[in-house]
Design a protein. Structure first.
Ligand SMILES: Cc1cc2nc3c(=O)[nH]c(=O)nc-3n(C[C@H](O)[C@H](O)[C@H](O)COP(=O)(O)O)c2cc1C
Length: 193
């Protein structure tokens, strides 16, 4: 089983990266193959609405020649994705939004054979980290984002909200590591002995 992490935070050693990587660690301990992608290492340009991915030429996909091409392949090969974003001004980061907009090509005719088959639905865990200590503060926005991914035919397994990051970084919260690892491990189907 392949699981990728997409860390849409500019801080490679920040809360979001730590949470996503700890979830991946839990999955890896159960035998999953994992890889993290950091938006800060990637050139991901905004969607240009050229509509090449929705045009008559059904095999073109997204034509923007940037690092998203490698990510499209990684997503296609993955069984699950962990997408993490810090909360900025009550919403996801700009980096996360640009990445998600580029999934527009995902629902292109190029991908539709996969798109319609239940069996190939990708599992998705959404991770949000925030400074505010109240995890319910942006609940409506998180629910809305979950719904949006369900419409994109992802099998949304969890929406993880890690709150209170203003004064205490995620890695200093003793309860978090086992809880995050458990989420990762639950994504990996049990091996039949
Ligand atoms: C530009 C900016 C905007 C932010 N807006 C919010 C916000 O609206 N609500 C909140 O609870 N935290 C907010 N925060 C705090 C971050 O969400 C929080 O520190 C997060 O864990 C940072 O993730 P990182 O360590 O991966 O960078 C903001 C931080 C920044 C830099």
């Amino acid at each position: 089983m392949k699981i990728i992490g997409m860390i849409a935070s500019p801080r490679k050693k920040g809360n979001t990266a730590w949470v996503v990587n700890t979830i991946l660690e839990g999955a890896k301990e159960q035998g999953a193959e994992t890889k993290s992608w950091y938006s800060s290492d990637l050139d991901i340009q905004p969607c240009r609405v050229c509509l090449c991915c929705h045009g008559d030429d059904q095999d073109r996909g997204c034509v923007i020649d940037d690092d998203m091409q490698e990510l499209y392949r990684a997503i296609e090969e993955a069984d699950a994705m962990i997408l993490g974003s810090p909360v900025y001004m009550g919403q996801m980061s700009g980096q996360a939004k640009i990445f998600i907009d580029r999934l527009f090509a995902w629902i292109s005719p190029r991908f539709s054979p996969h798109y319609q088959e239940q069996a190939t639905k990708k599992k998705l865990v959404l991770v949000f980290t925030q400074g505010n200590p109240d995890p319910a503060m942006f609940r409506e926005y998180f629910d809305y984002t979950k719904k949006m991914f369900q419409l994109l035919e992802f099998d949304v397994r969890d929406v993880v909200v890690v709150a209170g990051m203003r004064n205490e970084p995620a890695w200093e919260r003793a309860d978090l590591e086992p809880a995050m690892k458990e989420i990762g491990s639950s994504l990996v189907p049990e091996q039949i002995p």
